[in-house]
Each structure stands twice: as structure tokens, then as C-alpha cells.
Write a protein that binds this ligand. Structure first.
Ligand SMILES: [Zn+2]
Ligand SMILES: [Zn+2]
Length: 138
């Protein structure tokens, strides 16, 4: 992988990184459903220090089942959901895969919060699937 670039719908928030994602997953939790307006979020996790973000974002914080804070950042102009941070994973940034200019590299490695998955949101049944959030790999 060479460089990943992306932007929000209106283009006022952009990002770039030359890093490889640490891991990639699709999350069906109700928070991701409400924040995305669809059945899941496709998330690629990077070291935050490896990602350069330009433009101002707004954010909304919720408390996850674990008690950790889940901070979702979005463009204040167009509302595109861009980045996620979790208080239990300092220094890790989740990027919503759909915001990448070319997102053909996205390869989900796990499905999480499958217990909340809508029946109409079909996923690859061969992927490792977890009812909730599996313990974070270290
Ligand atoms: Zn925007
Ligand atoms: Zn989620």
C-alpha cells in the first residue's frame, strides 16, 4: 500500500496516511447504526500519529457497553462521519473506510456486535464473527 487519502462529502475535511491499517473490522453496534444511518460501519484502525488530518471536525461522545468513551468525529458542514476514537485505545484512530478516495484496500478481518446486525445487512459468513466486542489484541 502506498498512500491512503480521503475526504468528507463536501471536501472541507481531508486526511492522508502512508501507514498500513493495524486492523479492519465491521461493527453493527446500535451506535454505529445510528451514526452511519445504515447497518454497520466499516472501520480501519491506524496509529493516530501516522494520520494527517486537515480541516475542523465536530465530535459526539457516547459511552460503550464496556464503559469506555466512544468519540465519533464528523464534518460539521456536510455531516460525513470520518473518525472514531475510544478512551480504551489511546493513540488509535478509526477511519470509516467509505471516506477513502480509493478504498479497494479495505478487507474486513472481523465482524463485531453481530448480535445487533440487521437481517437485511448481509456479511461474509466466513469472517470471524463476534456477538459483541472481542478483547482487543495487544
Ligand atoms: Zn464535509
Ligand atoms: Zn459500533
Amino acid at each position: 500500500m502506498s498512500e491512503i487519502t480521503g475526504q468528507c462529502l463536501c471536501g472541507s475535511v481531508t486526511y492522508r496516511t502512508e501507514a498500513e491499517p493495524l486492523r479492519m473490522a465491521q461493527c453493527h453496534c446500535k451506535g454505529c447504526q445510528r451514526a452511519s444511518g445504515t447497518g454497520h460501519m466499516s472501520l480501519a484502525f491506524f496509529k493516530e500519529a501516522d494520520v494527517t488530518i486537515s480541516g475542523d471536525v465536530s465530535s459526539h461522545t457516547t459511552v460503550a457497553d464496556s464503559g469506555n468513551e466512544n468519540i465519533r468525529a464528523f464534518c460539521p458542514t456536510c455531516g460525513a462521519r470520518m473518525f472514531g476514537r475510544n478512551s480504551s485505545r489511546a493513540g488509535i484512530l478509526a477511519i470509516t473506510a467509505g471516506t477513502a478516495d480509493d478504498n479497494s484496500w479495505f478487507t474486513p478481518q472481523a465482524i463485531v456486535y453481530n448480535q445487533d446486525k440487521p437481517i437485511w445487512d448481509q456479511m461474509d459468513g466466513d469472517l470471524p464473527t463476534f456477538d459483541t466486542m472481542p478483547p482487543a489484541p495487544n
